[in-house]
Design a protein. Structure first.
Length: 366
C-alpha cells in the first residue's frame, strides 16, 4: 500500500511538473531582440550560428522570446557589432571579439591569439579553466556579457598571389589579417589590414591587398578566393581554435526573466558545438574541390613559423605592459595553455601523428 501510495504521489508530481513548465513559459513576457552579425548570409556556418541561437530561443520560449538576426551591413558594418551592442542599437550581436583589439588587446583571448589554444582547449579554458570569468570583467567595462557561440577549428594560413618561400617574401606584403596576428606579421614586414569577410574578395581582385586569410576551405571556397590568388598556405598559426561569441547588452541581459536567460545560454552552447562539427564535416570535400580546381597547397616554411612565434611572445609582453586586462588574463591563460600542451603531447599528439600518417599508407593484410 505504501509503495502504491508513493507511486501515485510521484505520478501526480510528474504530471504537475509537466503542466507547470509550459504554464511558466506562458506566463513570461513577449520579448523581441535584434542581433547584429559580423558575417554575411552567404557564409552559412558562421552566420548560421546566430540562426541556431534564434531558432532554439524561440522554440524554448514557445515563441515568446524572439531574436531577429541581421547580416553584416544590414544594421551596422561587420566590424562595429560591439559598438552597436554597447550603445543599445541592438540588444545582442554575434562576432569575433578579436576584431576589437584596438579598444583593448585582451579581447583577442575571447577569439584566438597566435600559437594559442586549439578548439577543444579553447572550450576547456572558457568553460572549465576560468576563461569566461577572466573575460567577464573586460566585457563588463563595455557594457556587455559574452557567451561562446561557435568555433571554426584551426584555420588555414590564407591565399597569396605569390609563393612565400622566405621571410624576405613577406616584406611589404599587403594582407588582410585579423586580431593580434596583424601585429605579429607587421614585425615580419607585412602591411596588415582588417577587412570584413564580405569585402575581402573585392580587395584581392582589385589588388588593394596581395594576400588574405579568412577561415578554411569551406568558407574560402564560397568567397571565391581561389579565383584571384592561387597559393593556399597552412597552418593558420594565428588561429588554432578561434571562438565566435554572442555578446549581449548587460542591461538587456539583466532585465531578462531567469528562464529566458537559461534558454539563451543553452542555445549558445548548442550553436557552439554545431559550428565546429559543421566545419569538420565540410572542410575535407571543400579542400579537395579547391585543389582539383587549381589551388596550390603550400606549408609555411619552418623559419617563418619560428620567426612568427618569437615575434608573437614579444607582442604579448608589450601588450601586457600596456593593458592591465591583458596582463591579468595572459598570466592565467598561459598557465592553462602550458598545462594543456603538456597533456596533449602525451596521448593526443602521438595518436594523431601515427594515425594521420599511417592513413596515407595501405594497411598490410595478414
Amino acid at each position: 500500500m505504501q509503495r502504491r501510495s508513493f507511486l501515485k504521489k510521484a505520478g501526480l508530481g510528474l504530471a504537475a511538473g509537466a503542466v507547470a513548465a509550459p504554464a511558466i513559459v506562458r506566463a513570461q513576457p513577449v520579448i523581441q531582440w535584434r542581433l547584429a552579425s559580423s558575417f554575411p548570409k552567404s557564409l552559412d556556418t558562421l552566420y548560421g550560428a546566430a540562426e541556431i541561437l534564434s531558432k532554439r530561443v524561440a522554440e524554448g520560449s514557445e515563441g515568446k522570446f524572439q531574436i531577429r538576426v541581421f547580416a553584416a551591413g544590414e544594421i551596422v558594418p561587420g566590424l562595429q557589432v560591439l559598438d552597436a551592442v554597447q550603445n543599445g542599437t541592438v540588444q545582442c550581436g554575434h562576432t569575433a571579439p578579436y576584431y576589437y583589439i584596438g579598444k583593448d588587446p585582451a579581447f583577442a583571448f575571447a577569439t584566438a591569439v597566435p600559437f594559442g589554444l586549439n578548439a577543444r582547449q579553447q572550450n576547456a579554458w572558457m568553460y572549465y579553466g576560468g576563461g569566461l570569468e577572466a573575460m567577464a570583467a573586460l566585457f563588463r567595462e563595455y557594457g556587455c556579457v559574452q557567451f561562446p557561440t561557435g568555433n571554426t577549428g584551426v584555420q588555414m594560413g590564407g591565399w597569396y598571389r605569390k609563393e612565400i618561400k622566405t621571410l624576405a617574401d613577406l616584406k611589404g606584403l599587403k594582407m588582410r589579417v585579423a586580431g593580434l596576428a596583424g601585429q605579429v606579421l607587421a614585425k615580419l614586414g607585412v602591411v596588415g589590414q582588417q577587412i570584413a569577410g564580405g569585402e575581402i574578395y573585392q580587395a584581392l581582385e582589385r589588388g588593394t591587398i596581395d594576400a588574405a586569410e579568412w577561415v578554411g576551405p569551406y568558407d574560402d571556397e564560397k568567397l571565391g578566393f581561389q579565383k584571384v590568388a592561387k597559393y593556399y598556405y597552412y597552418p593558420g598559426w594565428w588561429e588554432g581554435g578561434p571562438q565566435l561569441s554572442t555578446i549581449v547588452n548587460i542591461k538587456q541581459w539583466e532585465a531578462l526573466p531567469k528562464q529566458y536567460r537559461s534558454i539563451f545560454e543553452s542555445a549558445c552552447a548548442e550553436a557552439n558545438v554545431h559550428m565546429l562539427a559543421s566545419y569538420d564535416a565540410k572542410n575535407p570535400e571543400a579542400l579537395k574541390r579547391l585543389v582539383g580546381g587549381g589551388a596550390q597547397l603550400r606549408q609555411f616554411p619552418k623559419p617563418i613559423m619560428e620567426a612568427a612565434q618569437k615575434a608573437t611572445f614579444e607582442i604579448f609582453d608589450a601588450a601586457a605592459a600596456k593593458s592591465p586586462h591583458f596582463k591579468r588574463i595572459y598570466a592565467q591563460w598561459l598557465k592553462f595553455r602550458n598545462d594543456q600542451f603538456l597533456w596533449f603531447r602525451v596521448a593526443e599528439m602521438s595518436y594523431d601523428n601515427f594515425t594521420f600518417t599511417s592513413a596515407a599508407r595501405p594497411v598490410a593484410k595478414k
